[in-house]
Design a protein around this ligand. Structure first.
Ligand SMILES: Nc1nc2c(c(=O)[nH]1)N[C@H]1C(S)=C(S)[C@@H](COP(=O)(O)OP(=O)(O)OC[C@H]3O[C@@H](n4cnc5c(=O)[nH]c(N)nc54)[C@H](O)[C@@H]3O)O[C@H]1N2
Ligand SMILES: Nc1nc2c(c(=O)[nH]1)N[C@H]1C(S)=C(S)[C@@H](COP(=O)(O)OP(=O)(O)OC[C@H]3O[C@@H](n4cnc5c(=O)[nH]c(N)nc54)[C@H](O)[C@@H]3O)O[C@H]1N2
Ligand SMILES: [Mo]
Length: 673
């Protein structure tokens, strides 16, 4: 049989949102590659994209609905699953109202039609919805206060930068399609500076790496801003004409002398000065990562860096910018047409981060929990609380492809299709302005169904299928209707596989900011009204040796449970074979008498995890690195150690990196290497 190619797109929750070419032979998907025509993907694909094929055909994939009976999974027919779950929903709603049904979701797949879940729950009459984010909300809120909207420069603009500062982003691992743009700029002589307590792939080729104590970057940014202010080399025109609150900001800066900042951050004064020189002599393009804001003070860290970039003249200029996210899609897509929020009559919201506490105290109680596109038992901080809460819920329904950590707490497991068995549309709100079409590549395996068909089945049993259902192209057209003006139609997307929506290469070049004042806001009244500080203030992280010296005696090291190289969060551990590394600096290893290959235990009062010691030069001597996402069945469970405190900005943002731990050798006889 002939081989053919199908254009599709990678649904993983990632900056890059790649366009992919799938190769099918004899009805079987052989491989996927990056689409060479796509302006961002440019023909390359990361290992996670490629390995989506292994997830499609993995022997552990679940291909039939399951019900847990006496602690064992048994296969059931869809009809039985729909009938029983619908009956439980009706019963719960009659007794307590629709908010007794809760929906937990994340972005396990970024397909546009995945939002039909919301349409289902809204048509049901309402539900308990989660708000906030385990991912990036504190930073989004920070940039919303400062700029009115978080926007990034087009990556082509990096060549105009005199220096690129990669501030807490692990570019080559989490955003690899940024690398060709960085390399092009470096070839032209652009300098590269990293601010990161950990060693990254770029550490060996940068001009300078600054390693602050985790969670203290806000103080670093304010210290650099103070030097520039004192020297009078800031952008006078910008702060006077296009910003509000600069004088308040400037007087706050007085507290951040280079010596004090050096003491707080552990960064030598000479490096703070080097950073000041760099920002003085811009343009500097700053690439912010998401790790930076996973702290109790994380939102204000982003605000402090924004302020440094704004006062030193990087905003609205070629080669400048403070790139965190690119929120261009809101007005360009009509999601409400799909989700119908106007149809709910009851609504309750729980914090995604602290949902365990909210479930345990809920009145009315949560009778049924739906978990879709997420693995909360693994990914929510302080997992033991989540386990406790989920255990108390009468019925937990998980829709997924694999029996992940969360499925252990489920009563029903409903198998969904992978991206290759679906038709959908994909866009990235994190970085670029390209929207892609997902064509189906192979038919659904076994009895798996796309998520929307699962909800359609339930809607039928609940009596609102007529309102729920539309032909899927009609749904798509409803959402992308606003793109028509820009020449992007469904037919064009289907035919060409992707379309790039025109967006400003250099945001804010007209100095118009959608803030309450219309200007850049060093001082934000909106932040004050929301209960936060009006200025970007530096406060110690929650678990810090300064704020909690007693805790730091017991747990002197910072745990950075960063995003894994070979997996997208939890999703690829089954198909890759990485050891459970615990990485420390040579200095820490010496101090704790640990050697490479030792089995070690990392612990605090909340929990413990074991792994194999790896000694990594160039990392901060008080930091322990463990990649997050490893399933419990493979010795994972990193969020047993993290705390479910909120970060400072946003409705409910997470602070997983604000975490102190200790480390010990388990047993020296049992060396693994
Ligand atoms: N390979 C891979 N790619 C991914 C993902 C994945 O799991 N794997 N996940 C996707 C998702 S969901 C997201 S949100 C993004 C995340 O993308 P990134 O933000 O790039 O990744 P993180 O691992 O969260 O953290 C980035 C860096 O922040 C640094 N960091 C931590 N704390 C501090 C600090 O206090 N100060 C400074 N200066 N740096 C600090 C860490 O050392 C790390 O190198 O990546 C996406 N892409
Ligand atoms: N300690 C620590 N914790 C963290 C982080 C960290 O850096 N450190 N990072 C945080 C961040 S940034 C994020 S974004 C979250 C991520 O948290 P999650 O989104 O919960 O993590 P994933 O591993 O991506 O889980 C997605 C699940 O969705 C399933 N899935 C994939 N496609 C589909 C689909 O089409 N339909 C359905 N129904 N299911 C699907 C996958 O099989 C997988 O089980 O984790 C957060 N937690
Ligand atoms: Mo994320």
């Amino acid at each position: 049989m002939a081989e053919h190619r199908v254009l599709t797109a990678c649904p993983l929750d990632c900056w890059d949102a790649c366009s992919m070419v799938a190769y099918v032979h004899d009805g079987r998907l052989i491989k996927v590659e990056g689409n060479p025509d796509h302006p961002i993907t440019q023909g390359s694909l990361c290992v996670k994209g490629k390995r989506l094929v292994d997830r499609l055909y993995h022997p552990k994939r679940i291909l039939s609905p399951l019900k847990k009976v006496n602690g064992e999974w048994i296969e059931i027919e869809w009809e039985q699953a729909f009938r029983e779950i619908a009956a439980k929903m009706r019963e719960a709603s009659l007794r307590y109202g629709p908010t007794a049904v809760m929906h937990m979701y994340d972005y396990g797949s970024g397909g546009m039609l995945k939002a039909l879940e919301e349409r289902f729950f809204n048509l049901f009459g309402g539900y308990t919805e989660i708000v906030g984010s385990l991912c990036w909300e504190a930073g989004l809120q920070a940039q919303t206060y400062d700029f009115g909207i978080p926007l990034s420069h087009h990556p082509n603009d990096l060549v105009n930068a005199r220096a690129i500062v990669v501030w807490g982003r692990n570019v080559s691992v989490t955003n690899m399609h940024m690398m060709p743009f960085i390399k092009k700029a470096l070839k032209r002589g652009t300098k590269l500076v990293l601010v990161n307590p950990l060693a990254t792939d770029l550490s060996s080729r940068c001009d300078l790496q600054i390693r602050p104590r985790p969670g203290t970057d806000g103080a670093l940014a304010l210290g650099v801003a103070r030097i520039i202010y004192e020297r009078g080399t800031y952008d006078h025109e910008f702060v006077e004409k296009h910003a509000v609150g600069f004088s308040e900001f400037a007087s706050y800066l007085q507290q951040f002398s280079p010596e004090r900042v050096s003491e707080i951050t552990g960064v030598p004064v000479s490096e703070i000065e080097q950073l000041a020189e760099l920002y003085e002599n811009g343009p500097v393009s700053t690439l912010l990562g998401i790790g930076l804001q996973r702290y109790g003070n994380g939102g204000n860290t982003i605000r402090a860096i924004d302020a440094l970039c704004a006062m030193s003249g990087q905003v609205g200029k070629p080669g400048g910018g403070v790139q965190y996210a690119n929120r261009i899609w809101g007005p360009l897509l009509d999601m409400n047409a799909l989700t119908m929020p106007e149809r709910r009559t009851a609504h309750r919201v729980f914090s995604v981060v602290r949902q365990a506490e909210e479930i345990l105290q809920a009145d009315p109680p949560v009778e049924i929990l739906f978990v879709t596109r997420s693995n909360p038992i693994s990914q929510i901080p302080n997992s033991k609380r989540t386990q406790e809460a989920y255990q108390k819920i009468g019925t937990v329904v998980v829709i997924d492809m694999f029996l992940n950590d969360t499925a252990e707490y489920a009563d029903y497991f409903l198998p969904c299709t992978t991206v290759f068995e679906e038709e959908d549309i994909l866009y990235s709100s994190m970085w670029h302005s390209t929207i892609s079409y997902i064509h189906p590549v192979v038919p659904p395996q076994g009895k798996a169904k796309p998520d929307w068909q699962i909800f359609a089945g339930l809607a039928e049993h609940l009596g609102f299928a007529d309102e729920f259902m539309r032909p899927i192209h009609e749904w798509m057209e409803m959402v992308i209707a606003p793109l028509k003006e820009l020449g992007v139609t469904l037919e064009r997307l289907q035919e060409e596989g992707f379309a790039t929506v025109p967006s400003e290469e250099i945001p804010f070049s007209d100095h118009q900011f959608p803030t309450p004042s219309g200007k850049y806001e060093f001082y934000s009244r909106r932040a004050l009204e929301d209960g936060a500080s009006a200025l970007p203030e530096y406060k110690e992280p929650l678990e810090s040796p300064v704020r909690q010296p007693d805790l730091a005696v017991k747990y002197p090291y910072h745990l950075l449970s960063v995003h894994p190289r070979r997996s997208l969060n939890t999703q690829h551990y089954l198909v890759s074979s990485e050891q459970p590394w615990v990485e420390v600096s040579p200095d820490l290893a010496r101090k704790k008498r640990l050697s490479e290959g030792d089995r070690v235990r990392v612990f605090n009062e909340r929990g413990a995890i074991t792994g194999i010691l790896k000694i990594t030069p160039l990392m901060h001597p008080h930091v322990i690195k463990i990649e997050q996402g490893r399933p419990r069945s493979m010795g994972g469970g990193i969020n047993d150690l993290t705390s479910n405190h909120h970060a400072d900005l946003g409705k409910a943002a997470s602070a997983q990196y604000d975490c102190l731990v200790n480390i010990e050798k388990i047993d020296s006889m049992n060396k693994v290497l």
